[in-house]
Design a protein around this ligand. Structure first.
Ligand SMILES: *Cc1c(COP(=O)(O)O)cnc(C)c1O
Length: 341
């Protein structure tokens, strides 16, 4: 049975699996000195059309935490949205790895920061007793399934840089945002002012791993040591990096992301026709959030469906993945209709 709890419930997509198996031949240098890692880094420089610095970590919490730690000192602060993964779902990792940099939350509709909400936090205080804002962290696509437009990212980055802050993008679902917007990846990253991107691989179909992409290369000095100290330097790095080759070839990553987004649209369209169900946010990526009556939530669970209800504002969250089938979406909708009748 396919579930809607998270896109990380899905398995490895065929392209990534093939590339993984292909990398399993003979001996190769360890710790990232292998050809696969070099090739993926070069491919990512092509994808972003710029000479960026690329590192790999096992998961998103480490990628975000280490990236943020590299952007600030312990007495600095990171401004993020109140529902940001770095704030609510990383067990204090960003604070821990930065030796205490404080996260300051800002609000904003549809899970998005705005220049105004950021400025409100920045201008609250400027004395020595307040942790000095140094990083703005935004999530693309957001925790509630919405997407920042290129102009929105640029306006935030402009606000950040004007206030001498760096811009970090949590791109656990970056692929879904690129597919949704139909833009060049550069347009919503470095050309819009993003300094470092945590490019999620796991949720788009890799077995494991995220890429940390530094567009401002002055910020990645010593990053390799930071990864090693944090236990994030894979000795058999080729198995972390090689699957990216499969996904990046022929834009398989965007094809899969398009599909996941389309399944979310199908689910949203169907949900809109179920009595008593209300969509909570615009559906712009691969997630659908809905307010469901408690007995419908219970009924779905009794029928074996797994989905989260603790994320964001407390509604039911349904995530679609690269392998979500239309039949599965329709089966969920049929059960919803049945339970709501
Ligand atoms: C899944 C996710 C991450 C990464 O989580 P890990 O479980 O640490 O890999 C980071 N940010 C967002 C928004 C996510 O949804």
């Amino acid at each position: 049975m396919q579930h809607f709890a998270s896109d990380n419930y899905a398995g490895i997509c065929p392209e990534a699996l093939q590339a993984l198996i292909a990398a399993n031949s003979g001996h190769a240098p360890a710790y990232g000195e292998d050809d696969w890692t070099r090739q993926v880094s070069d491919r990512l420089r092509e994808v972003f059309a710029t000479d960026c610095d690329v590192y790999f970590a096992f998961n998103g919490t480490a990628a975000n935490s280490l990236a943020l730690a590299s952007l600030c000192q312990s007495y600095h602060s990171v401004i993020c949205h109140e529902v940001a993964h770095v704030e609510t779902d990383e067990c204090g990792g960003p604070e821990f790895f930065s030796n205490g940099s404080k996260l300051l939350t800002a609000s904003g509709s549809n899970g998005k920061l705005t220049p105004e909400s950021i400025l409100e936090v920045i201008s609250r205080r400027n004395d020595i007793h307040y942790p000095k804002p140094r990083v703005i962290s935004l999530t693309q696509s957001t925790e509630v399934g919405t997407v920042y437009l290129p102009g929105e990212v640029a306006a935030i980055a402009e606000t950040a840089h004007r206030n001498r802050a760096h811009v970090h993008m949590d791109g656990a679902r970056f692929a879904n945002a690129v597919a949704s917007l139909g833009v060049d990846p550069a347009e919503i990253t470095w050309r819009a002012g993003v300094d470092v991107l945590c490019f999620g691989g796991t949720k788009m179909g890799l077995p494991v791993g995220e890429a940390i992409v530094f567009f401002d290369r002055t910020l990645s000095e010593d990053f390799a040591w930071r990864c090693k100290q944090a236990g994030q330097l894979a000795s058999k790095m080729r198995f972390l990096s090689a699957p990216w080759l499969g996904l990046l070839a022929d834009n398989a990553w965007l094809r899969h992301a398009h599909h996941a987004n389309a399944m979310a649209q199908r689910l949203a369209a169907g949900l809109a026709c179920v009595a008593g169900v209300e969509l909570m946010f615009p559906v712009e990526a691969n997630g659908v959030f809905a307010n469901l009556p408690a007995e419908v939530v219970d009924g779905l669970r009794q029928r074996g469906w797994r989905f989260y209800t603790f994320i964001g504002a407390g509604g039911a969250r349904f995530m679609c993945a690269w392998d979500t089938t239309p039949e599965n979406v329709d089966a969920l909708l049929a059960d919803l209709h049945d339970l709501s009748a």
